[in-house]
Design a protein around this ligand. Structure first.
Ligand code: NAD
Ligand code: UDP
Length: 333
């Protein structure tokens, strides 16, 4: 089976490429390198022995996208390309809607023209909006209380995919709602390497560990959680990547939605402690005001993915910390 992986040089995409190749899929990557580096391709080759064919193409360039789909004769598309910085999306909403929504529409039009009917889409727990402290299941209402344009783009794209599936009985789409991916490949060769100043917890912890940021600001310790800090469902990126392999193997006509998380919630203070335990050194931190729009506790019910995809996580927070620290040791910039 031949797969086009959009966003394949990015954090989740590179790990997904590795798992797909190791599972025997033929993988080609499309990315505009807006938030990733071309050197990732050599790292994928080092891990798997296969260097995927690469198209440096922006999904906003409809004719270049179409050429990739025309020439590639793909069986399925795994669509991860998108901008993902929540804070930046509030500052630059039009760029986010244009890139994520219009990019996806170009891709879908091109798939239609070239008779590619199978897609996996990377959505996010953010589509559940302001549901706080309850285990989230796929059948819960989405779209209410989303606090930023990034999250809205995921919600809108989900709707578009559902409408496309309604209009075309041959269309097979699986929407994967990721919770909080962390960690890196155990080789230390690939991991999260965002351009600019990150706003997610783990990339910030990585920069504090390397001294690029003086200390971690813990956003609030007065939440209704055991230690007062926010809780999230942190999933090792390799487990997440393996979820894509299962999803593509189980594609069927219509729309399916799966949460990919662990089912466990971990607090910011627990993450800091786990990092310190594995690193063997203290991570400078300070509790500050809550971050606007943050919820106390977000975590997944993953029983649908377990039941229907035969997927469950194999790695834990400690594994993620070990692999992150190993990745930092290998990091070449
Ligand atoms: P990433 O930024 O590392 O990877 C995304 C890739 O898409 C980058 O390599 C970027 O260059 C590419 N890209 C962006 N716009 C493009 C365009 N118009 N044309 C071609 N390429 C383009 O991010 P990631 O963490 O690997 O996330 C992958 C996907 O998963 C994204 O869609 C993201 O929204 C989604 N997601 C991520 C998280 C997370 O916490 N990392 C959580 C939920 C969902
Ligand atoms: N967080 C924090 N300091 C930071 C970044 C994040 O305390 O510098 C907290 C944040 O309040 C939340 C958790 O870490 O409770 C995860 O935040 P992240 O932005 O990584 O994911 P999201 O909130 O989008 O799920």
């Amino acid at each position: 089976m031949k797969i086009l992986l959009t966003g394949g040089t990015g954090y989740i995409g590179s790990h997904t490429a590795v798992e797909l190749i190791q599972a025997g899929f033929e993988v080609e990557i499309l990315d505009n390198l807006a938030n990733s580096k071309i050197a990732v391709l050599d790292k994928i080759a080092k891990i798997t022995g296969v260097k995927p064919k690469f198209y440096e193409v922006d999904l906003l360039d409809a004719s270049a996208t179409d050429k990739v789909l025309r020439d590639g004769r793909f069986d399925a598309v795994i669509h991860l390309a998108g901008l993902k910085a929540v804070g930046e999306s509030v500052e630059k909403p039009l760029i986010y809607y244009k890139n994520n929504v219009c990019g996806t529409i170009n891709l879908l039009e091109s798939m239609k023209r070239n008779s590619v009917n199978k897609m996996i889409f990377s959505s996010s727990a953010t589509v559940y909006g302001d549901k706080d402290g309850i285990k989230l299941t796929e059948d819960m209402e989405t779209g209410i209380g989303i606090t930023n344009p990034y999250g809205e783009t995921k919600y809108v794209i989900e709707k578009i995919l559902m409408d496309v599936a309604n209009s075309n009985n041959d269309f097979e789409v699986t929407i994967l709602r990721y919770f909080n991916p962390i960690g890196a490949h155990s080789s230390g060769l690939i991991g999260e390497d965002p351009n600019g100043i990150p706003n997610n917890l783990m990339p910030i912890i990585m920069k504090v560990a390397t001294g690029e940021i003086p200390k971690l600001m813990i956003y609030g310790d007065d939440y209704n959680t055991p230690d007062g800090t926010g809780m999230r469902d942190y999933i090792h990126v390799v487990d997440l990547a393996k979820g894509h392999v299962k999803a593509v193997e189980k594609l069927k006509p219509g729309v399916e939605v799966y949460n990919l998380g662990t089912g466990e919630a971990t607090s910011v203070k627990e993450i800091v402690k786990a990092f310190e335990d594995v690193a063997g050194k203290e991570l400078p931190n300070e509790v500050v005001e809550r971050r606007a729009g943050d919820l106390a506790k977000i975590y997944a019910d993953c029983s649908k993915a377990e039941r229907e995809l035969g997927w469950s996580t194999e790695l834990n927070i400690k594994d993620a910390m070990r692999d992150t620290i190993n990745y930092l040791r290998h990091y070449e910039g």
